[in-house]
Structure formats: structure tokens, C-alpha cells
Design a protein around this ligand. Structure first.
Ligand SMILES: [Zn+2]
Length: 128
């Protein structure tokens, strides 16, 4: 992978991929359980892990749904598609263009630190 490929990912997309990975991990555990069927405690353990991963993934998907309602819908200035923003800085879901809600940060290097609570508070104070 070249340096150029490391681009910012929209937070919603990031969480979504995490939930998807959890589902695969869950299935992998259960698949392992089938192989371990001769050792019953191991089989049960793997099945329990598998089910837990899938439950966790459902919870994460639910959480994304909740976050999406709170996210701010905006039109991306780069690809002109609608995207959703979480926090003060986020990336476009379609073209991964770094976006910000704070005018002072425009043109600045994309940095996750702007999503820290202390910084967000400062921005909020400025907006009020
Ligand atoms: Zn875009």
C-alpha cells in the first residue's frame, strides 16, 4: 500500500466496517466450534464466543443507527453528494474528503485531535 492509499475514513464507515468484521469473527468462531466438536467444552466455548461477537455486532449496528440520527447531514463540497458528519472533523463517506464544521480549521491538516471533548467545547462556545 502506498502512502496515498492511507486516506481518512468517515467515522460512520469506520464503525460499519468494524461491525462487519465482528460478524466474520463470530462466524469464524462458530466454524472453529464445528471442527472442535470432539472436545465439547471447546466447542461450546467457541460457539459462545461466536454468538457474543454477532450480538456485539448487532449492538454496534444499532449504535450506528443512533449516531446517524445525531450526525449532521451536509453536502460534500468535493463530490457534491450528501454525507454525514460526526464531530467537528470527519471525512466524506463517498470521496473521503476531510470535512470540518469549524471555519477556523479550513485548510488545516486533518487531525483527530479536533474531535476531543475539550476542543469541541471551545468550538461550541464560539458558536453560541
Ligand atoms: Zn465527498
Amino acid at each position: 500500500m502506498s502512502q496515498q492509499d492511507i486516506v481518512y475514513k468517515s467515522k460512520i464507515n469506520k464503525i460499519r466496517s468494524f461491525a462487519l468484521i465482528l460478524i466474520f469473527v463470530g462466524f469464524a468462531f462458530m466454524y472453529g466450534g464445528i471442527f472442535a466438536r470432539n472436545i465439547s467444552w471447546l466447542m461450546y466455548l467457541l460457539f459462545i464466543f461466536g454468538i457474543l461477537s454477532i450480538i456485539l455486532s448487532t449492538v454496534v449496528y444499532f449504535w450506528i443507527g443512533m449516531l446517524s440520527t445525531k450526525a449532521i447531514p451536509i453536502i460534500c463540497p468535493n463530490c457534491e453528494k450528501q454525507t454525514k458528519m460526526l464531530g467537528v472533523v470527519d471525512a466524506c463517506m463517498h470521496c473521503r474528503q476531510p470535512l470540518t464544521l469549524d471555519k477556523d480549521l479550513e485548510g488545516k491538516e486533518f487531525d483527530e485531535k479536533y474531535n476531543r471533548r475539550s476542543y469541541r467545547k471551545k468550538v461550541k462556545e464560539k458558536l453560541n
